[in-house]
Design a binder for this molecule. Structure first.
Ligand code: UFG
Length: 337
């Protein structure tokens, strides 16, 4: 049985990936600081899978703790989710973001090298492209100057990985577009801290009555309805791609490789389309207003997912409506509605 270390496994995408890994027969060990998640998410994973999760409260910046974990277990591969991910927060805390996101990766790579663990799946973001010159964007699009320290940290991490891979590592970087939704059991989902910045948590919190109304940031963009266009993808589809990535690495045993893949649906959906779909599938009259553009927002971006489909045999299983319904079911669950 292959043994996978999942860093940041109590987080949003990490926890959904644990479920898919366990369902696919992998043994998992999880490390997480729990500074931005809660142990109840791991308990949710245990309930869904009916499996005890081997959990350790370890920070990826802690070389000695990682070293001792790697001495205890012989991991086949690592999936590295642990990172800070708020674009806004990164602008006010750039040093914390660079330190946490870059140093943790370097520490992990050092320990992997020492223990001769070569396979790594890295959580990247479509933010590395900025506003691409043409859409759908494929993996060959150049990186534009990142809008935020968060985005820059993902670009830098990819550069580090590309260089590291010229030695013994085999590395896959998955560039996530906009993951949304929750597990259909409503036992795990996203736990936003404070007032959400992201669209779907803001929508579900508004529907739950925690927020007065949603503001749609801009309706004068050069898009069919004037609102921004994104590639929203169900988090379980994102999770599944990680299982496929592990399988892909084991089938392509070439050392010194770094490959980046877009992880999106390939369909652009506007903010207003998403809001209307939410109203349609939940039957809730969501109060919303049109506000000014949000600084730093990209007008439209969606993936060309051909590379990942061809290489992994991966495809999405969930529609936008299902993604929004699952997000709403999770919101109701955490609000005990
Ligand atoms: N939006 C609103 N109102 C809100 C929140 C968001 O209209 O209250 C709009 C935004 O203006 C944007 C769209 O909804 O047009 C999506 O916004 P999100 O904040 O949900 O997502 P982003 O596309 O801005 O950001 C996401 C990830 C980042 C990543 C980035 C890359 O959250 O981690 O994509 O483009 F870096």
């Amino acid at each position: 049985m292959e043994h996978i270390l999942v860093t940041g496994g109590a987080g949003y995408i990490g926890s959904h990936t644990l479920v898919e890994l366990i369902k696919s027969g992998y043994r998992v060990t999880v490390i997480d600081t729990l500074e931005r998640s809660e142990i109840k998410i791991i308990e949710g994973v245990e309930k869904i899978t009916n499996t005890k999760v081997d959990f350790h409260k370890i920070n990826c910046l802690d070389y000695l703790a990682l070293d001792s974990l790697f001495s205890k277990y012989k991991f086949n591969a690592i999936i590295h989710f642990a990172a800070y991910k708020s674009v806004n927060e990164s602008v006010v805390k750039p040093i914390e973001y660079y330190k946490n996101n870059i140093e943790s990766l370097l520490t992990l790579l050092e320990v992997m090298k020492k223990h001769q663990v070569n396979d790594l799946i890295f959580s990247s973001s479509c933010t590395v492209y900025g506003q691409p010159d043409s859409i759908p964007v494929d993996e060959s699009a150049p990186f534009k100057r990142a809008e935020s320290p968060y985005g820059a940290s993902k670009q830098l991490c990819e550069r580090i990985l590309e260089d590291a891979a010229t030695v013994e590592f085999r590395i896959i970087s998955l560039r996530y577009f906009n993951p949304i939704g929750a597990h259909e059991s409503a036992l795990i989902g996203e736990l936003p801290i404070g007032i959400p910045n992201n669209l779907v948590p803001y929508v579900t919190q508004t529907a739950a009555g925690l927020r007065e109304k949603l503001t749609v940031f801009g309706n004068d963009y050069n898009t069919p309805d004037g609102s921004c266009v994104r590639d929203f993808i169900h988090v379980v589809d994102v999770a599944n791609a990680h299982v496929r990535a592990i399988d892909y690495l084991s089938r392509h045993p070439k050392n010194g490789s770094f490959e980046a893949f877009n992880l999106g649906t390939g369909t652009g959906v506007s903010v207003l389309e998403l809001v209307n779909k939410f109203i349609e599938v939940t039957g809730i009259q969501l109060p919303f207003t049109i506000g000014p553009r949000r600084p730093g927002d990209i007008e439209k971006v969606y993936a060309d997912p051909k590379k990942i489909r061809d290489a992994f045999g991966w495809q999405t299983n969930y529609s936008l409506g299902e993604s929004l319904l699952h997000a709403w079911n999770w919101e109701k669950k955490i609000r005990n509605k």
